[in-house]
Design a protein around this ligand. Structure first.
Ligand SMILES: *[C@@H]1O[C@H](CO)[C@@H](O)[C@H](O)[C@H]1NC(C)=O
Ligand SMILES: *[C@@H]1O[C@H](CO)[C@@H](O)[C@H](O)[C@H]1NC(C)=O
Ligand SMILES: *[C@@H]1O[C@H](CO)[C@@H](O)[C@H](O)[C@H]1NC(C)=O
Ligand SMILES: *[C@@H]1O[C@H](CO)[C@@H](O)[C@H](O)[C@H]1NC(C)=O
Ligand SMILES: *[C@@H]1O[C@H](CO)[C@@H](O)[C@H](O)[C@H]1NC(C)=O
Ligand SMILES: *[C@@H]1O[C@H](CO)[C@@H](O)[C@H](O)[C@H]1NC(C)=O
Ligand SMILES: *[C@@H]1O[C@H](CO)[C@@H](O)[C@H](O)[C@H]1NC(C)=O
Ligand SMILES: *[C@@H]1O[C@H](CO)[C@@H](O)[C@H](O)[C@H]1NC(C)=O
Length: 494
C-alpha cells in the first residue's frame, strides 16, 4: 500500500513544473515589456541577475539596434549599443570606473542619462537636461528636448555619435575633436589637418603614429581658414574626408566601392591596431576594407621585443628566448628615467641585426656617422628605449617608448640596439625572499610547537605525579590550556 505522500508525489512534480514554467514566462514577458522605444523622465533600470549576457533597455524602430546592459567578465556591466543580430558592440559608454552587475547599480533618466554604481556614485552621465531618450535606426542614441513653441520640433542635446568608442557607422561624423580608441585602450585613430592617423598609446604624453593616410585632394582642396576636416563613411562604400559637405577632399575606397549593399556599414579600430570596414549582408559582417594588410606592419604583432618575420611568424629579438605566443620581455609600466636605472642594474643591452621598425617612414631620425654615435646618444638618454641604425644611410632612429615588435629584414646593415629591463630577475629575487621568509616562519612555528609539546608533556607528567588526574578536569588538550590546569600546577607546587 502507498502512503498518501507517495501517491501525490507526481502531482507535486507537475505543480512545480507548471510553476517554474509560469515563472519563466513571466520573466520573459517582463523583459520584452521593458524594451521600449522611448525613455522618459523617471525611467530607471537595474541589472537583472538572471540575465547572462545582454539586458535590452531601449530599441530602435527597426529592432536592429538595442541599448542595454552587457555583462562583461561575468560580474561587471557595460552600457552598450548592440547590433542585435550579431551581438556586435557598436558603442560603449566611457565610464570613469568599472561597475558591478548587481542590484544597486542603476541606469536612470532625469534629463541626463546617468549610470551610478553600487555606492550611488555617478560613473557616467550625459550631463544634459532633455525630455526623452531615443535610439535612431542608424544606432545613434539621442537625448532630445521638445521645443516649447512647436510640439513637433526636437532639439538634440546629446548624441552617442559625438562620443564614439572604437566604431564608426554610416553617416556618423568623425571630427578632429573625436578619437576612436581600440577596446583594449592601446590604439587610437584621430584626424590631423589633412590626414587620418593611427597612434599607439604609451602614456599620456607619449604616443607614436604608425599609419597615416593623407588626403589626396583630388575632387576638392583643403582650404585654410575654412574649418577643420571631418570624415564619414558613405553608403557608396568609402571613407570620405570632407571640409565642406559637397565634395570630399579624400576618398578611401572599400572593396564594395560604388556597389550598393543592403546592410549597414561600419568601421572599427581593432584591438591589434588595424582598421577594418565591414558591411552586413543579413547573416554576417563582410570585411570590406583593411588598412594594414601585412601582419608584420601592425604596430605590435609579436608583442614587446618580438620580431615579426614576413611569412615566417614571430620570434624573439633575443634569439636565446623562446617565443611563446605572448611577449618576449615585458617592459611593464614606468619609464627608465623615473627609476634612474643604470646600465648594470636596471637594464641590459640587446643587439640584433637585420631589423627595422614597421613604421619607420613615420619616425624622426638623425643622421649620424657611426653606429657607436647612434647607440651612445641612446645610452646617455634615459627616455630612449632603443635605437636603430642604418649602416648605409647613417640614419639613426630613436625609440622613446617601450620596445614593440620589430620587422625582420634580410639587410644586415640595419642594426638594432635595445634596452631590456631586468624585471624577471627582480621578480625571482622577490619570490626567493618570500620563500626564505616562509621557511623561517615555518621553522619558528615548528620549534614553538615542539617546545610547547615538551612543556605539556612535562607538566602532565608532573601533575600525574601529584595525583590530580581524578579531580574531574578533563585531560583533553584544550582544557589543559585552561586556567584550571594552571591552578592545578600551582596546587601541586604548594
Ligand atoms: C535592419 O535594417 C535593415 C535596413 O537597413 C532592414 O532591411 C532589416 O529588416 C532590419 N532588420 C531587422 C531585424 O529589423
Ligand atoms: C540627475 O541626477 C544626477 C545624479 O544624481 C544629478 O547630478 C543631476 O543634477 C540630475 N539632473 C537633473 C536635471 O535633475
Ligand atoms: C531610418 O530613419 C530615417 C529617418 O529617421 C528614414 O528616412 C529611413 O528610411 C529609416 N531607415 C530604415 C531602414 O528604417
Ligand atoms: C574615455 O575617457 C578617457 C578619460 O576621459 C579618455 O582618455 C578616453 O580617450 C575615452 N575613451 C574613448 C573611447 O573616448
Ligand atoms: C554631419 O556633418 C554635416 C556637415 O557638417 C551635417 O550636415 C550633418 O547633420 C552631420 N550629421 C550628424 C549625424 O551629426
Ligand atoms: C643569435 O643571434 C646572434 C646575434 O645576432 C647570432 O650571432 C647567432 O648566430 C644567433 N643564434 C642563433 C641560434 O640563431
Ligand atoms: C632624450 O630623448 C628625448 C626623446 O627622444 C628627447 O626629447 C630629449 O631631448 C633627449 N635628451 C637629451 C639630453 O638628448
Ligand atoms: C656596416 O657595419 C659593419 C660593422 O658592423 C662594417 O664592418 C661595415 O663595413 C659597415 N658597412 C657599411 C656599408 O658601412
Amino acid at each position: 500500500m502507498k502512503t498518501p505522500t507517495e501517491s501525490t508525489r507526481p502531482i507535486h512534480y507537475l505543480v512545480v513544473l507548471i510553476f517554474s514554467f509560469l515563472l519563466y514566462m513571466n520573466k520573459f514577458l517582463q523583459v520584452k515589456a521593458t524594451t521600449q522605444q522611448v525613455l522618459s523622465k523617471g525611467f530607471s533600470a537595474t541589472p537583472d541577475s538572471s540575465v547572462s549576457s545582454f539586458q535590452s533597455l531601449l530599441n530602435d524602430p527597426t529592432g536592429n539596434f538595442s541599448l542595454g546592459f552587457l555583462r562583461v567578465n561575468r560580474s561587471q556591466l557595460s552600457l552598450v549599443i548592440l547590433h542585435v543580430s550579431s551581438s556586435e558592440t557598436i558603442w560603449l559608454a566611457n565610464t570613469t570606473s568599472s561597475i558591478k552587475w548587481s542590484k544597486p547599480s542603476k541606469l536612470f533618466f532625469n534629463g541626463s542619462l546617468v549610470l551610478s554604481d553600487h555606492h550611488k556614485r555617478v560613473i557616467w552621465s550625459t550631463q544634459s537636461n532633455g525630455d526623452s531618450v531615443i535610439l535612431l535606426n542608424n544606432s545613434n542614441l539621442q537625448i532630445q528636448k521638445l521645443e516649447e513653441q512647436s510640439s513637433s520640433i526636437h532639439t538634440v542635446l546629446w548624441q552617442s555619435f559625438d562620443f564614439p568608442s572604437d566604431t564608426l557607422v554610416e553617416n556618423q561624423n568623425f571630427t578632429v575633436q573625436m578619437s576612436l580608441v581600440s577596446s583594449n585602450g592601446l590604439y587610437s585613430m584621430r584626424l590631423g589637418d589633412d590626414y587620418l592617423g593611427l597612434y599607439t598609446y604609451f602614456d599620456q604624453d607619449s604616443n607614436q603614429i604608425y599609419w597615416k593616410h593623407r588626403a589626396m585632394e583630388a575632387k576638392a582642396e583643403i582650404v585654410e581658414g575654412q574649418g577643420p576636416i571631418y570624415a564619414q563613411i558613405s553608403s557608396n562604400g568609402f571613407l570620405g574626408m570632407y571640409q565642406k559637405e559637397q565634395a570630399p577632399v579624400d576618398v578611401l575606397p572599400f572593396d564594395s566601392f560604388q556597389k550598393p549593399v543592403s546592410g549597414i556599414r561600419r568601421l572599427r579600430l581593432e584591438s591589434d591596431g588595424n582598421v577594418k570596414a565591414y558591411y552586413w549582408n543579413g547573416l554576417n559582417w563582410i570585411t570590406d576594407y583593411t588598412a594594414i594588410s601585412k601582419v608584420c606592419e601592425l604596430p605590435n604583432s609579436c608583442g614587446h621585443y618580438g620580431l615579426c618575420r614576413p611569412g615566417n611568424g614571430c620570434q624573439c629579438l633575443d634569439n636565446k628566448t623562446e617565443y611563446q605566443s605572448g611577449e618576449c620581455f615585458s617592459p611593464e609600466s614606468g619609464d627608465l628615467c623615473r627609476e634612474r636605472l643604470s646600465i648594470n642594474k636596471g637594464y641590459w643591452i640587446l643587439r640584433r641585426t637585420g631589423v627595422e621598425l614597421p613604421y619607420k617612414e613615420l619616425m624622426k631620425f638623425e643622421k649620424m656617422g657611426t653606429l657607436d654615435e647612434c647607440e651612445g646618444s641612446c645610452e646617455k638618454n634615459c627616455s630612449c628605449w632603443g635605437a636603430l641604425f642604418n649602416n648605409v644611410s647613417g640614419y639613426c632612429y630613436f625609440i622613446d617608448y617601450p620596445i614593440n615588435t620589430l620587422v625582420g629584414v634580410g639587410d644586415e646593415n640595419k642594426l638594432g640596439y635595445f634596452k631590456v629591463r631586468r624585471i624577471a630577475e627582480k621578480k625571482r629575487n622577490v619570490g626567493y625572499a618570500i620563500g626564505v621568509g616562509l621557511l623561517v616562519g615555518a621553522l619558528v612555528i615548528f620549534v614553538g610547537f615542539a617546545l610547547f609539546g615538551i612543556y605539556t608533556i612535562w607538566r602532565r607528567k608532573k601533575r600525574m605525579n601529584c595525583g590530580f588526574m581524578e579531580d574531574g578536569v578533563s585531560p583533553g588538550p584544550y582544557s589543559d590550556l585552561g586556567s584550571s590546569s594552571f591552578r592545578s600546577v600551582e596546587l601541586c607546587k604548594s
